[in-house]
Design a protein around this ligand. Structure first.
Ligand SMILES: *[C@@H]1O[C@H](CO)[C@@H](O)[C@H](O)[C@H]1NC(C)=O
Ligand SMILES: *[C@@H]1O[C@H](CO)[C@@H](O)[C@H](O)[C@H]1NC(C)=O
Ligand SMILES: *[C@@H]1O[C@H](CO)[C@@H](O)[C@H](O)[C@H]1NC(C)=O
Ligand SMILES: *[C@@H]1O[C@H](CO)[C@@H](O)[C@H](O)[C@H]1NC(C)=O
Ligand SMILES: *[C@@H]1O[C@H](CO)[C@@H](O)[C@H](O)[C@H]1NC(C)=O
Ligand SMILES: *[C@@H]1O[C@H](CO)[C@@H](O)[C@H](O)[C@H]1NC(C)=O
Length: 269
């Protein structure tokens, strides 16, 4: 005989399965507290926490834009405004991060020309100086023996591209020419001040590449420490609400605005 119970049974199981799946992430895969307890490690970088995130650490465990990746399981990298940098060092105590442009690692003729630009929460350390590379330049008769320094590139198989680099402003009288203004493109890259003197002592593209690999220093916002310490001290893990960019303290008993005491914004799962 026809039984009306049978056709409804699959729906019952689907509903139960849906309820289980919807509730699974918090209980099976862990909540924000446990996911932000996982630290980022890659190559020479070990146990990196807030305000950084990446691989196992979700974005809600750090600042927007402070995502790290691990190329080939070996090379820690950070991409800021479309430019990828190797992360050479992260110092938790001084809030210092040392970066080197990945696209300038092998030579000073990258495929795409892009300036170094920063995002909110990052600032150059005082030991950093910009140098400027000019591309697609006319051949400038060398009037000065020191500056600017010529180099040649073949970008994307294009014809020989003439470039120049300078470690000072082109209005500096030492350059003695504003011909660089007729170059079709330019890129600013930061160097540490000590490397600038090394390059100036022996200006050539090989030495500049070496200096760029040495990297430059940035500091992240002091807000990170002032917000995070009370949270850590109360047994929580620091993070951020991705939508509002507001600080969050993830605790075993819920998510709090400052530390694990007081009224939770949302209770633990
Ligand atoms: C980074 O600093 C926090 C305190 O601000 C500390 O709890 C954490 O262990 C530090 N991580 C490392 C790798 O030093
Ligand atoms: C880099 O910045 C300089 C000065 O702000 C600008 O003139 C130049 O066009 C920029 N280069 C690129 C590749 O965007
Ligand atoms: C610079 O660009 C202009 C116009 O796009 C072009 O006519 C000129 O040949 C370019 N110069 C060089 C050195 O590539
Ligand atoms: C760049 O190429 C030109 C010829 O196209 C050559 O005269 C010049 O010496 C080269 N410069 C460097 C730095 O290699
Ligand atoms: C810079 O280049 C010169 C060759 O022009 C070389 O003798 C010197 O060792 C290089 N310096 C550094 C620091 O690489
Ligand atoms: C949450 O747990 C922490 C310890 O992990 C405790 O100190 C705190 O008082 C708790 N907060 C609330 C609101 O229960």
């Amino acid at each position: 005989m026809y039984s009306p119970v049978l056709p409804t049974k699959p729906w019952f199981f689907i509903t139960v399965a849906l309820i289980l799946i919807l509730h699974a992430p918090k209980s099976v895969f862990g909540n924000d507290y446990s996911s932000c307890s996982r630290l980022f490690s890659c190559g020479s970088l070990e146990d990196i926490g807030y305000p950084f995130w990446g691989t196992d650490r979700p974005e809600s465990c750090g600042f927007p834009g402070f995502g790290l990746t691990c190329r080939g399981d070996q090379v820690p990298e950070m991409t800021i405004e479309e430019v990828t940098y190797q992360v050479l060092e992260i110092n938790n105590n001084t809030r210092n991060i040392r970066l080197a442009r990945s696209d300038y690692w092998d030579n000073i003729c990258p495929q795409y020309l892009r300036n170094t630009t920063l995002i909110s929460g990052l600032a150059y350390s005082s030991d950093t100086q910009d140098i400027k590379l000019y591309y697609k330049c006319p051949s400038i008769p060398s009037t000065s023996s020191v500056l600017p320094t010529q180099f040649n590139c073949s970008i994307n198989g294009a014809d020989n591209i003439i470039g120049y680099f300078v470690t000072r402003s082109i209005t500096d009288p030492l350059i003695g020419s504003d011909s660089l203004g007729t170059c079709n493109n330019s890129v600013m890259v930061p160097l540490s001040t000590s490397q600038v003197s090394t390059v100036e002592a022996n200006p050539n593209s090989g030495n500049l590449t070496q200096a760029l690999r040495d990297g430059f220093d940035l500091q992240w916002s002091a807000d990170a420490s002032t917000n995070c310490e009370p949270c850590l001290n109360s047994g929580g893990q620091c993070g951020q609400d991705i939508n509002s960019a507001q600080f969050r303290c993830y605790c075993t008993n819920g998510t709090f605005p400052n530390n694990c005491n007081g009224t939770p914004l949302s209770p633990a799962a």
